[in-house]
Design a protein around this ligand. Structure first.
Ligand SMILES: CC(=O)Nc1cccc(CN)c1
Length: 331
């Protein structure tokens, strides 16, 4: 089988995150979930949450689904790199994404979410697409939607075609040749950390020379920005008039009117250029003349992250075969 579903920006002004419609249970309950290749829990806002923690999000009510089953004695608790988090209990039920159905998918029902999830009213939960070794359900960890679907897929892959300020697509089980140009460059994935960890071959700032350098990082659809080593990031912002690394705003900012260089990264022999517009992420506060950069330092993160700012400059194949690989193509 295969599946195909839209990835819709949650904000009209800047690409904080993308959500995809997912139907759960019988009769179908549709939630807008954030597909996150940087984590491995499928969790939802649920009828088990205090109403004080729900602010407009859709919820999944397992007791309204005739096919829901409590996974007795199991719980989950997760904290993300941005400090947000959630926890709760677990049901299994049917989950459908873009025509692809998994029966008996573990659906982690939130009993508590952090304030940043409560205030993010366009995200009703997450679908983890990382490696199932990262799943937090205890005492028996659960499989991701992708791992559960894999044996029924025409090909054990999913692809991300994210776009700048417009809807893109997640496809499951096939590679849509109409979504990319040229060839797909595949490189090995180290799944030991539980992420889609792959080597980049180097970078260039604007029209400058390409610096060959092996950079290990993760492809993370659930992170908005790109986080790279400080040496690369300072080389970039040296080319931006008025840029400064702001302690108060927590990263590199610059005058919104500044001309930004592009940023090119290598995957094997291939080169992908992130347009300057993608690197002007957003005003630091609505209407401010100071803007926050889409490229930030990974020194505070611990790993390098190729988030949405980079992913939307390419067509990306997450190949869950044995061994796993990741493919990057222009579009
Ligand atoms: C507050 C909030 O929205 N956190 C969030 C959203 C989506 C993904 C992740 C994990 N990378 C965290």
């Amino acid at each position: 089988g295969t599946g195909s579903a839209a990835a819709v920006p949650i904000n009209a002004d800047f690409d904080i995150a993308y959500v995809t419609p997912v139907t759960l249970g019988t009769p179908p309950q549709t939630l807008q979930l954030d597909f996150d290749s940087g984590s491995s829990d499928l969790w939802v806002f649920s009828s088990h949450l205090p109403t004080s923690q729900i602010r407009g999000q859709q919820i999944y009510a397992p007791n309204k689904s005739s096919t829901a089953k409590l996974l007795d004695g199991h719980s989950w608790s997760i904290t993300y790199g941005d400090g947000s988090g959630s926890r709760g209990n677990v049901y299994t039920d049917n989950v459908t994404v873009g025509g692809l159905t998994v029966g008996s998918q573990a659906i982690e029902c939130a009993q508590q979410v952090s304030s940043s999830f409560t205030t993010e009213d366009h995200i009703d939960g997450l679908v983890g697409l990382g490696f199932s070794t990262l799943n937090t359900v205890s005492p028996k960890s659960q499989l991701t939607f992708f791992d559960n679907a894999k044996s029924n897929l025409d090909s054990p892959v999913f692809t991300a075609d994210l776009k700048y300020k417009q809807a893109g697509t997640y496809d499951f089980g096939f590679i849509d040749e109409a979504k990319y140009t040229g060839e797909i460059t595949y490189v090995p994935v180290n799944s030991d950390p539980g992420y889609w960890t792959f080597p980049s071959s180097g970078y260039a700032v604007g029209s400058g020379n390409f610096t060959a350098s092996s950079i290990s990082g993760i492809a993370d659809t659930g992170t908005s920005l790109v986080y790279l080593p400080t040496a690369i990031v300072t080389a970039y912002y040296r080319q931006v008039q008025g840029a400064t690394n702001s302690r108060s705003y927590g990263g590199y900012v610059f005058p919104c009117a500044s001309t930004l260089p592009t940023f090119t990264f290598g995957v094997g022999a291939a080169r992908f250029t992130i347009p300057a517009a993608y690197l002007n992420y957003a005003p630091v506060t609505p209407g401010s003349a100071t803007c926050f950069g889409g490229l930030q330092s990974s020194s505070g993160v611990g790993i390098n992250i190729w988030g949405d700012v980079a992913l939307k400059a390419a067509f990306v194949v997450f190949n869950g075969g044995n061994p796993p690989t990741i493919g990057w193509a222009a579009k």
